[in-house]
Write a protein that binds this ligand. Sequence first.
Ligand SMILES: NC(=O)c1ccc[n+]([C@@H]2O[C@H](COP(=O)([O-])OP(=O)(O)OC[C@H]3O[C@@H](n4cnc5c(N)ncnc54)[C@H](O)[C@@H]3O)[C@@H](O)[C@H]2O)c1
Length: 507
Amino acid sequence: MTRAERQAELSGFVVLITGAAAGIGWAAARRFAAQGARVLIADIDADKAASRARELGAAHASFGVDMAQPEQVAEMVRACVSRLGGLDVLVNNAGRTDTDGLGVVDQPVSTFENLVAVNLRGSLNAAEQAAAVMRRSGGGAIVNVASGAALRPVPFRNGYSASKAGVLAMTRHHACAWARDGIRVNAVAPGYTRTELVEALIGRGRIDPAAVARRIPLGRMAAPEEIAAAIAFLASPRISSITGATFLVDGGSLLGSFGPTGETNSRAAPAGKPAYVVIGACGPIGRAMVERLSAEDATVVALDADGRQMAALAAEVAECHALPVDILDEYAMAQALANVARRFGRIDGVANAVGADAVISGKSDEALADHLTGAVRVARTAGPILRQQGFGTLVNLTSIGGEVAFGDNVEAAASAGAVTMLTRTLACEWSGHGIRVNAIAAGPIDATAHAVRRMPLGRAVSAQDIAETAAFLLSAEAGYVTGSVITVDGGLSVHAGPDCSVAGYAT
Ligand SMILES: NC(=O)c1ccc[n+]([C@@H]2O[C@H](COP(=O)([O-])OP(=O)(O)OC[C@H]3O[C@@H](n4cnc5c(N)ncnc54)[C@H](O)[C@@H]3O)[C@@H](O)[C@H]2O)c1
């Protein structure tokens, strides 16, 4: 699929976005419309929603809705189907926050209830109404906009934090319940985002943007378009294995309340063709990443020790440069990466799949030596080059075994957990150099029939989905994503319910 095809991939899709007259919702509406979708702009401000729809063009429509009113939510979904002909993607974005600065015991219950009515119950009602439509038409995608505040407490904004934590739990539950209906449900958890609301607060002196930036590892707030890119990624019809996931897009804020660490030499990547390096390129996942990145207008260099397989890779994926190197030999690796940087003048992204296939399948006997120490070697060899450039990104491949117990290989699980934390530590250490570091925690790509029965989606994870996720994390579109771990596991890690193949489970 070419870049142009990807940009128009939502042609014929209908997308309903709540709270779409402003901020993140409006950025998402523009984004989906640009990809060919028809958008229903739903908002409590009906006039503004109508003018936004006119701005997008005749193919789009608007609807005035108060998400706190269940009958209006049901009417909104009916209006989407009758006016735009269906419903393929729901973005539950409308939300309110508490600004009264009151603690739990001082805040009137009615204020708390209103936050829950809009942020949580409104989203829940919309999801259930939308799922009924999607089930009839064979599937769809739901993206719930939560918040970093759902993952750590924000004192004196308790109703907001609680309602958004509820949204994450709802996301996981719906993902498991509706997976066999072909409906994927995921959440985006944004950090501080410069929407009109935040700009207005800055204008009135209520927020000091410099003070906020000092508490964010990437040293700035997000642009609404960066959150919209993550929403569009999760809703993409190219993705089939991501469900029940929370995608944190917060510039590293959750890692700790500190700004860029150490020296700061961050700069934008220069114009021109980006250069990506895939390390551990000959396994199924590394190979899928090489194939996916080669479809971009980019230079792709594949590194692996297996000379024979490297020759086959170079023959089959004509666009890639295959470089045989012993990836467990740190000196040889450092030389190879330095050569790549010299030859192409830059390294924009490194995808590290070293030891990943064995850890993800739980078959590794030497996970701590291969996968974990391999990740340290990649960091030690790629890090100096990226830090000197002042831009670049690293994606580590790991397994959901780092978070939940599955399979019977304890060493693979221990390595996966360690690589996850290594990823977060590197994201902190390198934030001042403009380097983003993230991980993909994958579920099994070759699951047994027994394991597949426990997977909400009912099939093994696709290596292509892992590669697609890596391509997104490596791209400039993910410019505000660092220290994040995205699960690509068909919902396996969030599912603690019965065998998913049991009839009647998905109700
Ligand atoms: N801006 C941030 O820093 C930030 C950070 C984390 C999460 N979020 C979340 O992202 C989402 C969008 O936030 P934003 O910053 O773009 O907000 P915003 O205030 O700029 O826009 C929200 C939109 O929702 C609409 N809305 C509010 N109450 C509604 C209701 N009851 N029914 C229907 N529409 C309603 C508003 O009219 C507005 O158009 C929210 O869920 C918010 O909690 C925002």
